[in-house]
Each structure stands twice: as C-alpha cells, then as structure tokens.
Design a protein around this ligand. Structure first.
Ligand SMILES: [Zn+2]
Length: 393
C-alpha cells in the first residue's frame, strides 16, 4: 500500500499516522527510508518521529553495520506503547482479548453464554474488560472494540435467526459498551472486523487485494482492496451466506430458501454433522463451497481467497481440500504467485484482533485519521444507533 504524506491543513495528525503505519509495516526502518516511502522531507519525518517517540509509540535501535560507517538509527513500533481490548459477541457467548500495539494477544477471557441477552452481556463485558486491563495496570488503554454479527439496519435480516443476536434489536451497543467500560468504544460487524484483523496481522499482510471468507456461525466475506474493506452503500457488503445456492432448498430466517449458509457455516455444521457425520457433511458442503469460491473469484479478481473465522482450522482444511480441484475461473492464471485459496494464519483470533484494532486504529491508521478530517459523513458512525434514528423518524 502506498502511503503518502500531505501538506493539507488536516495533515499533521494524518502525517503522524502515516509515519507510524509505515514504521509498523516496515520497521525497523531508518528516518531516511520512511521519508522516501511517504514522500515527506527528512526534517518533517524527524520532527514526527521525535513527537511519537516522546509519546512512547516507537522505540529506536541500531542497524547492523554494513561495511564502514556508523550504523543508522532504526525505528520500530513499541509493543508496550498502547493496548486495546477486542470483544466478540456471538450467538454462543463472549470472548475478549487484550492486544498490544504490535498485535499480540497478551490476555484472554471468555464466557460460554448461548443466546446471551444484552444486559447480561454488558455486565459480563464490564468484568472481562476490568480483568484484562488489570494485566497492564500502567498501560495506555486506547479503547475497546466490539464485533458482532450483522447485517446492521436491515429490518428483515438484522437480529433474525440463529446466526444473529436475537433480542438485540434497538440496543445502543456503542453507548452501552462505553458506559460499561469507561473507554473509547467502537463497534463493527464481525466479518469486517475479522477481515481487518487478517489484513493487519494475518495472511492478509502479504496481499494488496484479497477476499476474506469468514466461516463463523454464519458465512460472510469481505473484499479487501488496498488495505480497506469494500463496504457497500450501507456498510453491509459481505453477507455472502445469503447468496441463493440451492433452488427451493432449506428455508432461511431471511425469508428466502436455499441460502448458502444453511449448508456451509458453523451453524449448519453443528446442526447437521452430528446427525450425518462430519465426512458426509463435508461431502455435501464441498460442491456449494466450491461454487462460492469460483463466484468470488469471478466477481472480485482477488490475489487469493483467505479462508478463516471461528471454525476449527482442521475443519476448514478438510473443506478446502474437498473443494479441490477448483473449476476454471479468471483466477486460473499461469502467473499467479499465491494459491487460489489460502488458510488464515491468525485463525480464530482474527475477530478479536480486528475488534481491538478498531481502537488501535485511532492511533495507527491513516484512513481512520482521514475519516475524522473529512467530517462525520465518512465512518465514525454507529450503524445501530443510525438505524434506530432512521426508525424513529
Ligand atoms: Zn438467507
């Protein structure tokens, strides 16, 4: 991703994030290399580096000497420079993790609470966040990000059916999260958070354009282009699980029949595999999974499809194996450098990392900085609260 500095008036915080992100992606790195990459002068970079160094976000070291001359000072992200807590709410329960600035999960907490109601959930989240924050009592806590199943704001599909949080309709999630934790609070659809986590810390680091297929309780996906997930007009792009897959098939809570996630999802696996056996389930799901992969390729032309989510890695491996060989598509190029399908490298942690990254992005992400610079129209919106406003109007 090409990150360039700017001389615009909003530029100062933006440039600071650009430099931090460049250090995160390419560190240890020298000031001169940063300046070259972001197109700012060495002097401007040196000023920014001094500021973010004083703030404790980066640490400096020395290059190993190459030939004669004193080795240049290099800069890297200070892992202990900040922390955020990621929370994932699913129809099965709650999970939370304390994540440092370098993207390592340094503490976890979980509660098995199937179909948890919002009041109980926020009481538990308050306790979990306190427990995790206590692991770094003097740490700089950047905030808490919560990921939950979508879509948001679709009357007939949001909070309907076993892959969603039934009973959560109209809950002001971000406000409740902020009240329960006393921290800056962010929310996101789980599949988008997972794509974000995979992009920052997982297999997605190696790709500029990849499709992230999220195998959760339901099935979702997100095209990540140039570091950002394609969101659609209302932020709900990615409900691939409701793609019609079987004509006149099983009825889906969305009102249609034969939706993909009735067959290919953790919910389907749990419902069917213990009746028919895992072998049979994989054999039944593989052809539908295969057509989904080829459809994604033909629609988005990604470098690869990263498959991850909440499903056990072994299950995803077997499903990907069973889907091979993939039929022809625009992805069947002789000059490919990656496999057409790549398994996630952060696996079940993608959502927690992505949820925490929502808060970390407030410090690190140039795009996030831009959203605020451009005003409230872009981002910084709480889809659930917006939805309630729309309904009340
Ligand atoms: Zn459906």
């Amino acid at each position: 991703m090409a990150l360039r500095g700017t001389n615009q008036e909003f530029g100062r915080p933006y440039n600071r994030r650009i430099v931090l992100e460049t250090i995160r992606l390419h560190g240890p790195i020298t000031r001169a290399d940063i300046a070259r990459r972001v197109g700012l002068t060495t002097q401007t970079v040196a000023n920014i580096v001094r500021e973010i160094g004083e703030q404790g976000f980066i640490v400096s070291g020395r290059d190993t000497p190459k030939g004669r001359g004193y080795p240049a000072e290099t800069l890297a992200i200070n892992p202990e420079g900040g922390f955020a807590i990621g929370v994932h709410v699913t129809p099965l329960g709650l999970e939370a993790g304390l994540v440092n600035l370098a993207g390592a999960i340094i503490g976890r907490s979980r509660r098995d609470l199937p179909r948890v109601d919002p009041d109980t959930a926020f009481r538990e989240i308050e306790a979990m966040v306190a427990e995790l924050a206590a692991l770094r009592p003097n740490g700089r806590m950047l905030g808490v990000g919560l990921a939950m199943p979508g879509p948001f704001g679709v009357e007939s599909m949001s909070f309907v059916g076993p892959t969603t949080l039934e009973g959560w309709k109209g809950v002001p999630v971000r406000e409740s999260l902020a009240t329960a934790t006393g921290l800056p609070a962010f929310i996101e659809v789980d599949l988008a958070a997972a794509a974000h986590g995979e992009r920052l810390y997982g297999a997605g680091r190696d790709f500029r354009d990849f499709y992230y297929l999220y195998f959760g309780v339901g099935l979702g996906g997100s095209m990540v282009h140039d570091g950002a997930a394609l969101r659609g007009a209302w932020g709900n792009a990615g409900e691939i699980g409701h793609m019609p897959a079987v004509p006149d098939g099983e009825s889906c809570p969305c009102g249609n029949r034969g939706c993909l996630e009735r067959y290919v999802s953790l919910e389907a696996w749990e419902r069917k595999a213990h009746i028919s056996g895992e072998e049979r389930w994989i054999a039944d799901a593989a052809p539908l999974f295969r057509s989904a992969l080829v459809t994604i390729e033909n629609l988005f032309d990604p470098e690869t499809i990263v498959v991850g989510g909440l499903a056990p890695k072994r299950l995803l491996e077997r499903l990907v194996e069973a889907a091979a060989p993939l039929p022809n598509s625009i992805a069947a190029r002789s000059d490919r450098r990656a496999l057409r399908v790549t398994l996630s490298s952060v696996g079940q942690d993608a959502v927690l990392l992505g949820a925490a990254a929502l808060a970390i992005s407030g410090v690190l992400s140039p795009r996030f900085g831009l959203m605020f610079a451009e005003g409230p129209r872009r981002g910084a919106r709480d889809p659930i609260v917006d939805d309630m406003g729309a309904r009340a109007a």
